[in-house]
Ligand binder design. Sequence first.
Ligand code: HXC
Length: 262
Amino acid sequence: EGKSYEHIKVSSPKPGVGFIELNRPKALNALCTPLILELNSALRNYQADNSISAIVLTGSERAFAAGADIKEMKDLSFADAYGADFIETWSDLVTFLKKPLITAVNGYALGGGCELAMMGDIVYASNSAVFGQPEIKLGVIPGAGGSQRLTKAIGKSRAMEVILTGDNISSKQAGEWGLVAKVFETPQECVDGALATAAKIAGYSQIAVKAAKEVVNKSQDLGIREGVEFERRVFHGLFGSEDQKIGMTAFAAKKKAEWSNK
Ligand code: HXC
C-alpha cells in the first residue's frame, strides 16, 4: 500500500491478505501494457512483503477483464510482436509468485482476461462470470497460456471446442468442468469468498503453504512418478522447519498452533 496506480487498486482488507482490483472500467478492464506493468509491480511488492501471505485478484462486477487491449494490438507487425516478445511480460506475472493467488471472476473474462483468471492458483467465479477465448474471431489465437492452461483445466476436446469456436463458457459450465473451484450467487459473495479463503490460507504456516503450492504446481509439469517423488522430498524437508514441530506438538497437546513461519 501507499503506492498509487492508475489502472489497479491495491489494499489489504484482511490480515495477511493482499487485494488487487483491476480498475479500467471504461474499457472493461482491457489489459493494456501499462495495466499489466502495474499488476506486475503490485504482485512483486506483495511477493516481497512479509506481512502478506495470500493475494486476491478481481475485476469489476461487469468485467474481470475483456481481454488484451485490442486497440493497442491492432497495428502491431510481426516484427514488433516477435522483436519485443509481445506478451512476454505476462508470463512474469505468476511464475515468480510463491504466494497463493486467488482470482475472483465476475462478468467477462475473455481472451487475455480468461488467461489471467486461469493464472490464479484457485479460481472462484459468480453466476455472472463469462469465460472464453474469442481470439479466433480476431484472426489470432490465445497468446498468454490459454491453449495450455485451459486444456489442462478442462481437457482437450472441450478446450479445442472453446478455442476453435470462440464460444463463451458460462460460469455453471466452468464449475461443472472444474475450470473454477466454486461458483457463488453474487459478485460480492465471490469476492468475499475469495478474501475469506485467502485469510484462511494466511493463517497457516507460510512455509507449508509455499511448499504446498510448489508441489501442486509441479504436477502440471512432471509425470506422476517424478511428481510423487518430488512431493516426498519436499515433505521430508518440512521436518526441518520449526512449524512442523509447532503444528504437531500443538495437535498432541490439544492446543492451537502459533506459527513461527520458520
Ligand atoms: C480494447 C475493449 C476490449 C478489449 C472491450 N473494450 N473489450 N477495448 N480491448 N479487449 C472496450 C470497447 O471498445 C468499448 O469502448 C468499451 O470497452 C465497452 O465495451 P462494449 O463492447 O461497448 O461493451 P458490450 O457491448 O457490453 O460488450 C462487451 C464485450 C465486448 C462482449 C466484452 O466488449 C467484446 O467482445 N470485447 C472484446 C472481447 C475479446 O475479443 N477479447 C479478446 C481480446 S484478444 P468504447 O470506447 O467503444 O466505449 C486477447 C488476446 C490475448 O485477449 C493474447 C494474449 C494476451
